[in-house]
Write a protein that binds this ligand. Structure first.
Ligand SMILES: Cc1cc2nc3c(=O)[nH]c(=O)nc-3n(C[C@H](O)[C@H](O)[C@H](O)COP(=O)(O)OP(=O)(O)OC[C@H]3O[C@@H](n4cnc5c(N)ncnc54)[C@H](O)[C@@H]3O)c2cc1C
Length: 461
């Protein structure tokens, strides 16, 4: 067994502990509500560092967390008194434009991938903020502006390289370690540390996109119209519905500053010369109070909200899958939209009813493809003094909506909601995940995540 000093020397990257000046910064994650104190943080630079970390943690019976972008709502990239395997220095991208694939290091953010692929006029589906980690977003599913057109991020994942709990380095794809490949496409960080992701690329270069905002008093009409529209829309259009309080700054006009409003953030990926024509139906439904929709390069859309959502704020999240916006549900939404507590707090409805819904519920662990939306309610504010206020709003809103939602939510929008909800989220895929967990991580070394407990096949019921 290695001593700490030998472990430190086995790494190319830094090993940070509480004695280091950089410790306080290194232990921060995106959500400032999370305040954990790991024993050590390994800033891995390559696969060898990751292997050494996994072996050291296992041999010393240490708790382990895997951190890529650090964006996880519940702070699952970090842990108390354990080893953080930080991948943020494993950043590389390799684009094959002819083969239409990109390979990205396990520590890349989506901005890194967008930057690399846009040079070739291509993109792969990601989230809506460019600073989110590829690692966490992909292993949980991956919803964003391109979901209706191209599916979830996992639907575009072709292969991974990863370090398993026993320290072995393996690849997984449709042709190799197929069970593992199935499990990592939605099963989170339960199965090992992914050091490289290979994604399919799509010829998406320019998009016609941006937000359209409406008066809050028009919510009922807008939500009803939006529901009808998105349920029948072609895959070329994505639009997520949002409640918000308008930020007091450009590009928003002064008369809307700090106003509570509703809106849709559109993304059209059809032929650009037909975009204006396509949007006529949307603009004719009702004149928006603000229309910022227009042509832009795909990475501009991907980073449009980055400046608003900077690291270090307080975040409280709740998640649900939604099939239908009934009249009663819309009335509940309106009540909470009227009390959106801060300019960062919001409710989003992300459509999953296009290309993502045509993949079978059992093709990947992501089991709720029959839902129309993944809903997230988030209370956000920079001021820790507002922590209780934003948390109460999000919790109360979420409880009020429960009668109108499914029994589960998207794992990447959950905080600590317990084992039953994780099981409900994976549905009939949970047992298969638990068996694969038993095969690849029988001691549950990787348990700082939405945890799937290893189970022998015969123990399942
Ligand atoms: C501002 C913001 C915007 C967001 N927008 C979206 C969105 O549009 N769409 C969407 O789907 N989600 C979105 N999310 C949610 C996001 O997908 C999750 O928070 C996700 O966990 C973040 O990934 P990360 O790598 O940054 O997180 P981290 O905190 O670094 O990691 C979270 C967990 O992911 C697993 N993990 C991370 N990297 C790896 C790896 N390389 N190998 C194995 N396991 C790994 C680990 O279990 C880890 O505990 C958003 C989150 C934030 C804060």
């Amino acid at each position: 067994m290695k001593t700490i000093e030998e472990f430190r020397q086995s790494l190319r990257g830094d090993l940070i502990d509480a004695q280091d000046e950089s410790y306080e910064d290194a232990r921060k994650v995106y959500n400032a509500m999370i305040n954990k104190r790991p024993r050590m943080i390994a800033m891995c630079t390559d696969v060898a560092d990751v292997i050494n970390c996994v072996n050291y943690a296992r041999e010393n019976d240490m708790l382990v967390s895997i951190r890529s972008g650090g964006h996880n709502a519940g702070g699952l990239g970090i842990c108390d008194d354990g080893l953080v395997i930080d991948l943020s220095r494993i950043k590389f991208t390799l684009v094959d434009p002819d083969g239409r694939v990109v390979i990205a290091g396990g520590g890349c953010t989506w901005g890194d991938i967008d930057h690399a692929t846009h040079a070739f006029g291509m993109a792969t589906p990601s989230g809506i903020i460019s600073t989110t980690g590829v690692g966490g977003l992909t292993t949980g599913g991956g919803l964003g502006h391109l979901t209706r057109k191209c599916g979830l991020s996992i639907d575009n994942l072709l292969a991974v390289d990863m370090v398993l709990a026993d320290g072995r380095f393996v690849s997984a794809s449709a042709h190799e370690n197929e069970d593992l490949f199935w499990a990592v496409r939605g099963g989170g960080g339960n199965f090992g540390v992914i050091t490289a992701f290979k994604f399919k690329l799509h010829p998406i270069d320019m998009v016609y996109a941006g937000p359209m905002l409406y008066e809050l008093s028009e919510t009922e009409e807008v939500m009803k119209w939006y529901q009808d529209f998105i349920k029948n829309a072609p895959d070329d259009i994505n639009g997520f519905f949002a409640f918000l309080m308008v930020p007091p700054g450009a590009p928003f006009p002064e008369h809307l500053h700090l106003k509570r409003m509703c809106g849709v953030v559109w993304t059209y990926t059809g032929p650009m010369e037909r975009a204006e024509e396509f949007f006529k139906q949307i603009r004719e439904f009702k004149k928006p109070a603000l229309d910022l929709v227009g042509p832009m390069p795909q990475p501009v859309l991907q980073s449009m909200f980055d400046a608003l959502f900077v690291p270090g704020m307080q975040w409280y999240w709740r998640a649900h899958f939604v099939k239908e916006l009934s009249d009663a549900a819309i009335q509940e939404h309106i009540k909470f939209a009227e009390t959106v507590p801060t300019i960062f707090s919001t409710m989003h409805l992300y459509p999953i009813n296009g290309a993502a819904s045509r993949i079978s519920d059992t093709a990947t662990p992501w089991a709720h493809r029959d839902a129309t939306w993944a809903m997230v309610i988030v209370g956000v504010d920079p001021d820790p003094a507002n922590k209780d206020h934003i948390t109460t709003w999000a919790k109360t809103y979420s409880e009020a909506l429960k009668p109108y939602t499914d029994s589960s939510g998207y794992v990447n929008f959950m905080m600590d909601e317990g084992e039953e909800r994780i099981k409900a989220t994976y549905g009939r895929n949970y047992n298969r995940l638990a068996e694969i967990k038993q095969k690849y991580d029988p001691q549950n070394l990787f348990r700082v995540n939405q945890n799937i407990k290893p189970v022998q096949k015969m123990e399942l019921h």
